[in-house]
Ligand binder design. Structure first.
Ligand code: AMP
Ligand code: MG
Length: 344
């Protein structure tokens, strides 16, 4: 199969994507978070193709992308007022809500769960494709399972060339990390995955928020967790990654002491001069966390190279989207963190 890349502004882009989706095919779709691999979320056979193309475990559910809050009732029941409050505050945007699923949502989409994740993306092309196809679009990140997510059309092409008919190129993703996921099926709202909407912003609307254990620690493959995706090794290049925490100077001293040929350093742009001779790669500016979230996955992809032995990574501190960057980097590092303030 030949894989066509069409610019989002091409006059045929939206119609061609919608036709493929309506006919049970897959399309690489730009959103503000990451590129998704989209299919008709109500069509079991179409959804099965997503799992096949990604090599995704069957119990890892997909997010249904909808055109707005008015569609929630079509796919969910027992919808609390909190869901509407969150939609009002953050949709369209990088927030996904988990709610009880209606019968019309196939078990393949929900990974066998009785709940479904829904989101309205803040990307005009994504929303135009949803509207034109007339169905909710199930779309996980378009990367091969376990690999760093896709934030450009070229990343999607790299992972799926010859396997899918169409990728819509909407440019580099603005947010660059996946959506924040909040579970609203229990008494207390629960943060299942940090993302473009920070925990403080959620708390301001909800007044209460439990942070799921899978956000802050490694979970075992056999453990039952609320967000099944969180238990798999994720976002990771093939070589080991270690996060080096601490001040700029102490971290640089630690990394330089341990650095061996074949290692790489993933750092902030401001730190590049400290790693001369170590082939440093920057993923954005520490002073502007949005550049870090936007640049993280492209950098992790560049570091996904069998010739590299080990990656030393610098991680931002703080809340908001920095909290999501920390989460993705910690997962890429399998929670391997050293503190340069303490280590010699
Ligand atoms: P991706 O789109 O690749 O970021 O994957 C979507 C993620 O959403 C999955 O890995 C799940 O962890 C999470 N998710 C989707 N549906 C549900 C659900 N019904 N309950 C909990 N988590 C979900
Ligand atoms: Mg993913």
């Amino acid at each position: 199969m030949e894989t066509l890349i069409l610019p989002g502004e091409h006059p045929d882009a939206v119609r061609t994507a919608a036709d493929i989706i309506k006919n049970g095919g897959l399309v690489g779709i730009p959103t503000e978070t990451v590129y998704g691999l989209g299919a008709n979320g109500l069509d079991e056979q179409a959804v099965a193709k997503i799992f096949e193309a990604k090599g995704r475990p069957q119990d890892n559910p997909l997010i249904l992308h909808i055109s707005g809050p008015e569609q929630i009732e079509q796919f969910c029941h027992h919808i609390p007022q909190k869901a509407y409050d969150l939609a009002e505050a953050f949709w369209p945007g990088p927030l996904t809500m988990v709610l009880p699923a209606k019968e019309c949502v196939p078990k393949r989409t929900t990974g066998g769960l009785s709940t479904v994740a829904v989101r309205c993306p803040d990307h005009h092309i994504a929303r135009a494709i949803i509207r034109a196809s007339g169905v909710p679009i199930a779309a996980p990140s378009a990367n091969l399972s376990g690999k760093p997510s896709t934030t450009t059309a070229q990343h999607v092409y790299h992972d799926h060339a010859g396997k899918i008919p169409l990728i819509i190129d909407g440019g580099a993703c603005r947010v660059g990390v996946e959506s924040t996921i909040v579970d609203l099926t229990e008494e207390r709202p629960r943060l299942l995955r940090p993302g473009g909407i920070g925990p403080e912003e959620l708390l301001a609307v909800l007044g209460d928020l439990v942070v799921d254990k899978a956000v802050t620690a490694q979970v075992d493959k056999d453990e039952v967790v609320k967000a099944p995706g969180m238990k798999y090794r994720h976002y990771a290049p093939q070589e080991p990654v270690v996060i080096v925490a601490g001040s700029r100077e102490k971290a640089a001293a630690y990394i330089r002491r341990h650095f061996q040929p074949g290692d790489r350093v993933l750092c902030f742009r401001e730190e590049l001069p400290l790693y001369e001779g170590c082939g440093p790669l920057s993923y954005g500016e520490e002073a502007d966390v949005n550049t870090l979230s936007a640049g993280l996955f492209a950098a992790l992809r560049e570091l996904d190279d069998p010739k590299i032995h080990q990656v030393y990574a610098r991680c931002p501190v703080g809340g908001g989207v920095a909290y999501a960057v920390q989460n993705r980097l910690k997962k890429a590092a399998a929670f391997h963190i050293v503190d340069a303030e303490e280590e010699e």
